[in-house]
Design a protein around this ligand. Structure first.
Ligand code: ZN
Ligand code: ZN
Ligand code: FE
Ligand code: FE
Length: 265
């Protein structure tokens, strides 16, 4: 079974569980490594209500330490952050990168300008938007995020479809520039199984994106995006068959921002 590197903690104010429960759940799910990647602090504070504060970083490190204690060598515990890609964020990401000996950093696009388009509380804003325009802005941001070279993994590639907003026609016109940027930067993507539990009812990214990514030589990890212990490693068997069908045979393991690949069968 692959590692699960995309999980959250209650410090982000919309997740639940204890470090001990998450470790037990990772062991029960059979994932090979438990990676913690909570929503990173963002300045200026207060920024929004779904992330840890800068002042929470010591508590985050304490969470990681408790997880390592409870794991007691039974499963490797890795730590990172899920960082937001925002206009002009590069200096802040570099600062965050230096705040701890992270194993990996995940970059995610949740914001277009001031709009966190995947926030269920902001879903009404979609009504005033053109879906193709939102998609174009989203994928431009996504490609810029990958090209920054600041992230080991780029998160939930087509999150913009979360509530079912999808333009007409072949979506490859959106995927291809992002895939070129990801491949050129040498970062990994994730297949994020949480999408199966959202209105879209499909993994992020869609199978069509995965095939193009595999052909472009982009490596992959499987992620649950768990916000509760029961979600760790959720649907990983199904996810393996989806990425296998797209051509993948290996996933990545991360430690101290170095990676190696391992067959997942
Ligand atoms: Zn979250
Ligand atoms: Zn650590
Ligand atoms: Fe996310
Ligand atoms: Fe997440």
């Amino acid at each position: 079974m692959p590692a699960d590197y995309h999980t959250h903690t209650p410090l982000c104010l919309h997740a639940e569980g204890t470090p001990e429960e998450f470790v037990d759940a990772a062991l029960a799910a059979g994932v090979t490594e438990y990676g913690i990647s909570d929503h990173a602090p963002q300045t200026p504070e207060p920024f929004d209500d779904w992330r840890m504060k800068l002042a929470d970083l010591p508590a985050y490190q304490e969470w990681i330490r408790r997880a390592e204690d409870h794991a007691a060598g039974r499963i490797p515990v890795r730590c990172g952050l899920e960082c937001d890609w925002l206009d002009g964020c590069e200096p802040w990401i570099r600062e965050l990168a230096g705040m701890h000996d992270w194993d990996y950093l995940i970059g995610s696009v949740h914001y277009l300008g001031a709009w966190d388009f995947d926030n269920p509380g902001k879903i009404g804003l979609w009504d005033s938007k053109s879906v193709p325009d939102v998609w174009e802005a989203y994928w431009n941001a996504y490609a810029a995020m990958a090209a920054s070279g600041l992230f080991d993994i780029v998160g939930h590639p087509d999150l913009v479809k979360k509530f079912g907003h999808i333009p007409e026609g072949d979506l490859a016109r959106y995927y291809e520039p992002a895939i070129d940027a990801i491949a050129a930067a040498g970062c990994a993507i994730e297949i994020n199984t949480a999408g199966w539990h959202k209105p879209i009812g499909e993994t992020y990214p869609a199978p069509g994106f995965l095939e193009l990514a595999c052909s472009a030589g982009i490596p992959i990890v499987i992620s649950s995006d768990a916000h509760a212990p029961a979600e760790v490693g959720r649907d990983f068997a199904k996810a393996k068959s989806v990425i296998r069908a797209a051509g993948y045979r290996e996933t990545l393991l991360f430690e101290k921002r170095a990676r190696r690949s391992e067959p997942f069968d």
